[in-house]
Design a protein around this ligand. Structure first.
Ligand code: GLU
Length: 316
């Protein structure tokens, strides 16, 4: 938003963007591996921005909760980076056990993990998130509670856990279990597969709304300081690294396409939400459940493209 823009301009523009993006959801498909995703209303659509002074610009279904799924990988990484920033040993461990390269493979691929001796390419694919959770299990008293507390803090209110999603993910997590076992066999897991999966499944089942996700990403747009509280969540160079990882690895196999079409650090999840960062300006979120073949929200990507294009928000 330029200095001459008013809130009304932006709100009207968000409504226009919603009108353009919403119908494209019909070209997508709902994830169907658990009932909570399979039974979701494909017509839900919400888009929201929160600026640095806390003004919220919202259109559509912005207060309807959904499981954050893979978006939780960002919060888990932030918690691990907080720990790593306090102890050199944890820092070495974190970046020695997980890389920062885009994978170019599906988010739950076992093949690459085998080739690369159990060291996941990055913390945004499932294997990488499992390593991060293993590190949290080692260095937090109660990793699930601390992760939940961090999310609550960033949102400014309590977010709920969806027990049905916890249960369903537990019953369908064979691939994640296989990845954890493979990493265990390579010596890249300290805790038991069950303990690590418990943390991972818990974080995937945290539920948030578009409004809450847009609030939660603001600290990443603000050099690591939560604008709501003034608390430094991460030091500036670390917050920038999280953004770099989101940009290069946050949208499954389509990170190049997102950089090209949107130009913002984003993290998407299988429930059809995308959380984005507009440095120095906004926390952004969009939710529309049907996914494109790369696993990103079909209409969500269109909405972010329109938003970035119309407002000149690309970081490039
Ligand atoms: N719980 C899902 C899984 O691990 C998360 C997938 C996602 O959002 O990418 O398969």
């Amino acid at each position: 938003m330029t200095a001459t823009d008013t809130s009304n301009d932006l709100d009207a523009e968000l409504r226009q963007i919603a009108e353009i993006a919403r119908p494209t959801a019909r070209q997508g498909e709902l994830a169907d591996y658990i009932p909570a995703l399979r039974d979701e209303d494909p017509d839900c659509f919400g888009l929201g921005l929160v600026d640095m002074d806390g003004t919220e610009h919202m259109v559509g279904d912005v207060d309807r909760p959904f499981a954050i799924q893979s978006i939780s990988k960002v919060f888990a990484l932030v918690l691990a980076m907080q720990r790593a920033d306090r102890a050199e040993g944890v820092k070495k461990e974190l970046w020695g056990r997980v890389g920062v390269e885009p994978s170019g493979d599906p988010f739950n691929s076992l093949v690459q993990l085998e080739h690369e001796q159990g060291v996941p390419r990055n913390p945004m694919i499932n294997a990488g998130a499992l390593v991060v959770d293993d590190i949290l299990a080692d260095h937090c008293g109660d990793a699930r509670r601390e992760l939940h507390d961090l999310v609550n803090e960033l949102v400014g209110e309590e977010v709920a856990l969806d027990d049905k999603v916890v249960h369903a993910e537990g019953n369908t997590g064979s691939r994640n279990r296989a990845m954890a076992n493979l990493m265990l066999s390579f010596g890249n897991l300290d805790n038991s597969v069950d303990d690590v999966l418990d943390v991972y499944i818990y974080q995937c089942a945290l539920t948030m709304t578009v409004r809450q996700l847009a609030r939660a990403s603001r600290f990443l747009a603000n050099d690591g300081v939560d604008p709501a509280t003034g608390r430094q969540i991460l030091r500036p160079p670390l917050a920038r690294r999280v953004n770099a990882i989101m940009l290069t690895c946050g949208t499954y196999d389509a990170a190049g396409e997102f950089a090209f079409d949107v130009g913002l650090p984003c993290k998407s999840g299988v429930a059809g939400a995308i959380m984005g960062v507009v440095p120095d300006r906004y926390g952004v979120a969009v939710w529309s459940p049907p996914l494109d073949p790369s696993g990103n929200s079909r209409a969500g990507k269109v909405a972010l493209h329109e938003l970035a294009e119309r407002r000149g928000l690309s970081i490039f």
